[in-house]
Each structure stands twice: as C-alpha cells, then as structure tokens.
Design a protein. Structure first.
Length: 398
C-alpha cells in the first residue's frame, strides 16, 4: 500500500460493522497505525475489546476529557492524531450527520475537528440508499471532496440482493491509501470522459449511442486508485461515481466540451473514453414531434471534435483517444491517431457482441504515436483499465 499512515477508523451501528475488524487487521498488516471510534449503537455489533486487541490501541467511545487528567479534549486530540479519517460502515444516519455538520457524539465532533481526508464506506438497505434524502447528503459530501468506498451491489442483511452492501475491506483500504496521496500518480491530475452524449430532437427524443460508460468509469477508478486527482466528465449513464473521483455530469457534446476545456489545462493526462455523438439536430423542437404531422425533416449539424481541439488547450498533457469501430479497425484507428494529435488511440471492435457497448469485458489494440501497437486481449474492464494505465503512466513519467 502507501507509506505508513495514522488511520482513525469510525464505526457506526450496522451489521456490516463485523467487517471493520478485518479492515483493522488489513491496515495493521500494511504497516499503518489504527485507532477506532465506536458510536453508541456500534457496540451492539462489534465489541471494543475486539478492536482494541486488533489495533493495539484503546478504543474511543464517548469520552470527552482524557483519562490522564490533562484536561485535553479527546475528540480534538484524536482529530489531530489521525492522517485519514475513515467511517466504515457509514449508515444513512451517519452520512446525514456528516453532511449537515452535526456534532452530537464523539465520532461526529471528531469529524468536524478533523482537517485531513475523509473516507466513508456506506452500508444500508438498497431502499435507504436510493432515498432522495440520502442521495442529497451523498452529493453534498462528494462536493466537499469526501472519498467514497462503495457501496456495492450484493447480498444484504435482509436476505435480498441490491445496492447498499459495504465495500470489502481490501477496497476500503485501497481508497484510504489513495485519499492519503499514496500511489504512483500522487500529485498528478487525470481527466477522464465517459459514456454517451444525448443530443435532443424534441423534449422526449434524442440522438445518442449505446455506450454504457463502464470503460470510462473503470479508467477513472484506476486513476484514483493510483493516487491521482481524478476528474470524471460523465454523459448520461446510471453508474455510481468511483471512490475519490470528482464527477461532472453532462448531457450533450457541447456541454462535455465546455466541461473538458474548463479542466484540461490542469490535467497531466486526458483520457477521452466517451462516445461523443458526431452530429446533433441543428434545431431541437420545443414540443414533442407528433407523427400525425407527417415525416419530420431533421437537419443535422456537426458536433465539436473535443479531442482534436485539446492539444491547443493542454499542450503538455498526455492525450488518449478511443475509437469504437465496426470495420477497418487498424486503418481507422491510425488515421484518428494522426488527425486528432493524440499520444494513444485505444480501438475496439464493437461489432462483436462479447466486447460491444454494455459488455463487462473489452478487448483493445492501443496505437501509439511512439512505438508499436499493443494488443490487450479480452478481460474485465477493471483489469483492462489497469493494463491501459500501465501504458499511459510510462509515457507520463517519461
């Protein structure tokens, strides 16, 4: 993992608290110091003694003054000691209190006094996770730069399967390391685009494509895991933002261009994985087009070529383009590489159902401005993202 850290681990009252003991063990195994803080309800799920034995440190509960008689306020001392504050599990109640800035127990008063990175690992029933109130609190925390580890989809305590399961301890430990600035891309900024764009025809119809955004989101997740400050410009997709990623949602190609240009100058690496619509209706109808009016004539206009214009905006950044092709893959990819001024062009054959839009796997050939093409055989998109970043990082550090 990263350099040895002082991790303050807050544990709230949910069945997933049993995993926190394993998280403590993993962090200690990685060479980190851990101090635990239990909420009042957490002691019903995991005992202070268990965590004290695993951490080698006494466990905070609801103390106010230090037992030494020094007069020190325990939550201030704990906040000053920790380098990363992680709350795992973070129930919907704790998320709300963190978002609202409430300080009514040891954990939340410590969070208010803490100046370092905050990591939360939500855990709750899927219905609770989907509630508008919960999502508003999540969005508030994300805007403040809070790192999220999960939640993930899987078996819940109720016996159902859904979104809301706490991320596994290994993933939470990786997010803690990234939040602390660990990883080979620490100090770098990576800008990623993902998903389709939707170009409105009328209030209910649009021109778009079948891109799911999974590849771009996997790339953003990999950048964050490697410690980069990661900005994700996402088209209209139903995917959760990866942990530690700054997400900007857009709909149209022109909105995506504005968002990319706003952040391109600060980026060391720009990965244009989005499937941007080449054309848009020149004029979207203000009202729904009715078939009784006859066959409509829709005049198209060309959308901006975002990647082709980036070299002028970010002259020192490493630029990566993507090409989803159905034929003549090599010829089209090489042409795009030159025309767009990119350093890499990642091409895949979307005519194949096993690696087409929406698939969990992908297989690509990476064409490079310097060097021979690199073929990466079919694998899960998360694994492919790691292989791609090995190539991108080598160019970046050169």
């Amino acid at each position: 993992m990263s350099r040895p850290l002082r991790v303050l681990l807050g544990i709230s009252g949910g069945i997933a608290a049993y995993k926190s003991a394993e998280l403590v063990r993993l962090l200690r195994k990685g060479g980190h110091e851990v101090r635990c803080a239990l909420t009042r309800s957490a002691v019903s799920f995991v005992t202070p003694l268990t965590l004290e034995v695993l951490s080698g440190q006494r466990v905070y509960q609801e103390e106010y003054l230090a037992a030494t008689g020094s007069g020190e306020e325990e939550h201030i001392t704990a906040a000053a000691w920790g380098e990363v504050l992680c709350v795992a599990p973070a129930t919907t109640h704790v998320l709300a209190r963190l978002a609202l800035g409430l300080g009514d127990d040891f954990l939340t008063t410590t969070a208010l006094a803490f100046a370092g990175p905050l990591v939360v690992a939500p855990a709750m029933h899927s219905e609770m996770w989907r509630k508008e109130a919960t999502q508003q609190h999540v969005e508030t925390l994300r805007r403040r730069g809070v790192w999220f580890a999960g939640p993930v989809e899987g078996p819940l305590a109720s016996g159902e399967v859904g979104m809301g399961r706490m991320a596994e301890p290994e993933e939470i430990a990786r997010v803690i390391a990234a939040a602390a600035g660990g990883g080979p891309l620490a100090g770098r900024t990576v800008l990623v685009t993902a998903g389709p764009t939707h170009e409105p025809v009328d209030p209910v119809r649009f021109l778009g494509n079948r891109s799911s955004g999974r590849m771009g989101f996997a790339l953003a997740a990999e950048a964050a895991r490697r410690g980069a400050r990661t900005i994700l410009v996402a088209g209209p997709v139903e995917l959760a933002a990866p942990p530690g990623v700054i997400r900007i949602d857009v709909t149209t190609a022109r909105e995506m261009e504005r968002a990319v240009h706003e952040h391109a100058a600060e980026a060391d690496l720009i990965v244009m994985a989005a499937a941007v619509a080449d054309f848009r209706p020149r004029q979207a109808a203000e009202r729904k087009i009715k078939k009784e009016q006859g066959l409509p004539a829709i005049e198209l206009a060309e959308n901006p070529d975002i990647l082709a214009g980036l070299r002028a905006v970010a002259p020192r950044a490493v630029l990566v383009g993507f090409a989803a092709e159905t034929h003549d893959l090599e010829r089209n990819a090489r042409t795009k590489l030159e025309r767009k001024g990119a350093d890499f062009l990642v091409a895949n054959d979307v005519s194949r159902s096993d690696i087409a839009f929406g698939s969990g796997d992908n297989e690509v050939t990476v064409y490079r401005r310097e060097g021979e093409p690199v073929f990466l055989s079919r694998r899960p998109k998360s694994e492919l993202a790691a292989s791609l970043f090995d190539l991108f990082a080598a160019r970046l550090f050169r």
